[in-house]
Design a protein around this ligand. Structure first.
Ligand code: GLU
Length: 285
C-alpha cells in the first residue's frame, strides 16, 4: 500500500498545496519526486492538495499527456481534490488579472520581436532563461499606455523595478536573492497570440485557489522572483515556496521529457512498483 493518501477526512488545516503538471510529454522520475514531495507536504500539514493542468502552450501540450500524467500520479498513490483546474479553461480569470495590471500602469506593449530582444540582449542568460529585456526598448514611464485590445496581438510585458534586490526564504534551498533588472528583465505577461504567459497564469491561479505553499522544481527559482513581483503588484501575499532539486541522469544531464526510459509509464510497464519508486525518493538525498 502507498502511504501517501491525502484523505479528505483528515483535513483540518489551512494548508493548500498544488500539483501543476505541464502536459508536454510523459512524466519522468524527476517530476514524480517533486510531485511526491508536494503531496507529502500537504499530507504532513493535513491540508488540501489541488491539481492544475498547465496546458497553455498550445503547440506543445497534448490531451494524451494530460491523461497519462493523471494516471501516473494516481498510480504513484497521490490523491488530490476535485475538480481539477485546467488552465486553458480559465482564460477569463487571467484576462482580469491582465486588466488589473494594465489599470495600474505596470505593464507595457512590446513591439520588438524575440529576435530583436535576443540580439540586443547579447549572450543568452543563465540556463535556459529568457534574455534580459533591454531597458531602452521600454516605453518611458510617463508615456500614455495603449488600451488593451479585445483580442491581443502584441506582447505585453511587466515593467520590473530597476535594480531592486528580491529575496525569499525557500523551504528547501534556504535564502534566495536576485536583482530585478539584472538577473531578469521585463517579462511577458501576455503573448501576441492572445495567451497569458506562464508567470501571469500561475500567479492568478495560486491567488484564486488560495495556495499557501508552492512546491516545484528548482528550475523555476528564477521564475519565483518574477512571480513575487506579480503578487506584490496585485496586492496579494505570496505563498511559501519550496523548490526541489532537479534529478539528473548518470552523465549529469537534467532529466527531461525525452528521457523516455525513465518515464513513469515505461517504468510501470517494466514492472517497477510505486513502492519501489517512493522508496528511492525517501532513501536518497
Ligand atoms: N507546470 C510547471 C512544470 O511542469 C510547473 C509550474 C509551477 O509549479 O508553477 O514545470
Amino acid at each position: 500500500m502507498c502511504s501517501l493518501i491525502t484523505s479528505v477526512v483528515e483535513q483540518n488545516s489551512s494548508y493548500i498545496g498544488r500539483l501543476a503538471p505541464s502536459p508536454t510529454g510523459y512524466l519522468h522520475l524527476g517530476h514524480a519526486r517533486t510531485f511526491y514531495k508536494a503531496a507529502a507536504r500537504a499530507h504532513q500539514a493535513k491540508g488540501k492538495l489541488l491539481l492544475r493542468v498547465d496546458d497553455l502552450d498550445r503547440d506543445r501540450c497534448r490531451p494524451e499527456y494530460t491523461e497519462a500524467a493523471l494516471e501516473d500520479l494516481a498510480w504513484l498513490g497521490l490523491r488530490w481534490e476535485e475538480p481539477i483546474l485546467i488552465q486553458s479553461h480559465r482564460l477569463a480569470i487571467y484576462r482580469q488579472v491582465l486588466e488589473t495590471l494594465h489599470r495600474a500602469g505596470l505593464i507595457f506593449p512590446c513591439i520588438h520581436s524575440r529576435r530583436d530582444v535576443q540580439e540586443a540582449a547579447g549572450a543568452p542568460h543563465a540556463d535556459d532563461d529568457e534574455p534580459i529585456y533591454p531597458r531602452d526598448f521600454r516605453p518611458p514611464t510617463n508615456s500614455e499606455l495603449l488600451p488593451l485590445e479585445t483580442v491581443i496581438s502584441v506582447n505585453w510585458r511587466f515593467r520590473v523595478p530597476n535594480n531592486e534586490l528580491i529575496t525569499f526564504q525557500d523551504g528547501l534551498q534556504g535564502e534566495q536573492t536576485a536583482m530585478a533588472g539584472q538577473d531578469f528583465g521585463d517579462f511577458l505577461v501576455w503573448r501576441k497570440d492572445n495567451t497569458p504567459s506562464y508567470q501571469l497564469a500561475t500567479v492568478a491561479d495560486d491567488i484564486a485557489t488560495g495556495v499557501t505553499e508552492v512546491v516545484r522544481g528548482a528550475d523555476l527559482i528564477r521564475s519565483t522572483f518574477r512571480q513575487l513581483l506579480l503578487f506584490r503588484a496585485l496586492q496579494q501575499n505570496p505563498p511559501a515556496f519550496s523548490h526541489c532539486p532537479l534529478m539528473r541522469d548518470e552523465s549529469g544531464q537534467r532529466l527531461a521529457k525525452r528521457h523516455d526510459s525513465l518515464s513513469l509509464s515505461a517504468l510501470r510497464a517494466a514492472g517497477v512498483t510505486p513502492e519501489e519508486i517512493i522508496h528511492k525518493f525517501t532513501h536518497t538525498a
